[in-house]
Ligand binder design. Structure first.
Ligand code: ATR
Length: 293
């Protein structure tokens, strides 16, 4: 029987955090890996971020995931940043060691790995990135790292698109950019448009769906966003956002354990498990909405 101090402690901090799938995802991984570890979601208000990180260190946590709204502010509490966190300007993973707190961004690697799972290599492809927030920054960096040929950016607030274009050397999308992309180019929705409860929203007009492009979403709730349904309806290949969530978690765990993890044998089982949790959460949400009406 292991003593409690041998058990590895992990968690995710965010605000709000109630809808996070991460504790289900990590519990599944720990069981399959036979890892004596636990992972919980903690609601941490921005004013408590420093205390939460110091507290986790004091309690001997091995690491934390960090989500909205802390991904950028957390950088100032880290002793060192890995290249992805420094380039993206945001971190989703903290690694605690005797040398201090290291911040990493595994969202970027998660995005690339998710596409790979669908047999899509970003090398030499053109990308149109929709959005200019934290998720878009991670995708932009991922695409640059993976060798994308040209990356265009479009965003509701043009100044934010311009800023990202300047810092990453991207091109601003023009009115006809989608129509002039070569076949096999990828359109990535890195906005929050289409996310529950606004699931009827979509970031593109109907004329912007082509059957020779690939449409990827970072949104995973709902899994089949309207954006992906529109793309599928016109015969295009689509990639949902759940895989990115899975792969960023696997990369974080690899950083914490300092060893590679092979999830291929149970990747599909993990996806099904998470889909069930998503379904249950959305049914609960609907019941609550009905009660609230
Ligand atoms: P995250 O860190 O998750 O990316 P964020 O920084 O709030 O979150 O960014 C959200 C992105 O979705 C932004 O690109 C935002 O556009 P603005 O920069 O104009 O705010 C985009 N977004 C959110 N709601 C939108 C909407 N209704 N229509 C178009 N874009 C929207």
């Amino acid at each position: 029987m292991p003593t409690p101090t041998q058990q590895k402690l992990f968690g995710v901090i965010g605000y709000p955090i109630a809808h996070s799938l991460s504790s289900h995802l990590h519990a599944f991984l720990y069981e399959k890996l036979g890892l004596d570890a636990c992972y919980h979601a903690y609601s941490v208000a921005p004013s408590s971020l420093a205390a939460a990180i110091a507290g986790a260190r004091a309690l001997n946590f091995s690491g934390l995931n960090v989500t909205v709204p802390h991904k950028q502010t957390v950088l100032s509490f880290a002793d060192s940043l890995d290249e992805s966190a420094a380039k993206v300007g945001a971190a989703n993973t903290l690694i605690f060691s005797l040398r201090g707190t290291r911040a990493a961004n595994t969202d970027a690697a998660g995005f690339v790995q998710n596409l790979r799972q669908y047999g899509i290599d970003l090398r030499d492809r053109q990308v149109l990135l929709l959005g200019a927030g934290g998720a878009a920054r991670a995708v932009a960096w991922a695409a640059i790292q993976a060798g994308s040929k040209r990356i265009f950016i479009d965003n509701r607030t043009p100044e934010r698109a311009r800023e990202l274009a300047v810092s990453f050397g991207l091109q601003l999308a023009q009115r006809d950019t989608i129509l002039s992309l070569p076949a096999g180019s990828i359109i990535v929705n890195a906005t929050s448009v289409g996310m529950a409860p606004d699931a009827d929203a979509t970031p593109l007009r109907p004329a912007h769906f082509r059957n020779d492009l690939i449409y990827a979403d970072v949104v995973y709730n709902p899994l089949q966003t309207r954006f992906l349904r529109q793309a599928e309806a016109c015969g295009a290949q689509t990639v949902d956002g759940l895989g990115m969530l899975i792969w960023q978690a696997v990369r974080a765990l690899e950083l914490w354990l300092k060893q590679p993890i092979d999830i291929d044998p149970w990747y599909e089982a993990l996806r099904s498990h998470l889909l069930e949790k998503l379904r249950a959460a959305s049914e609960r949400g609907q019941r609550e909405a009905v009660r609230g009406a």
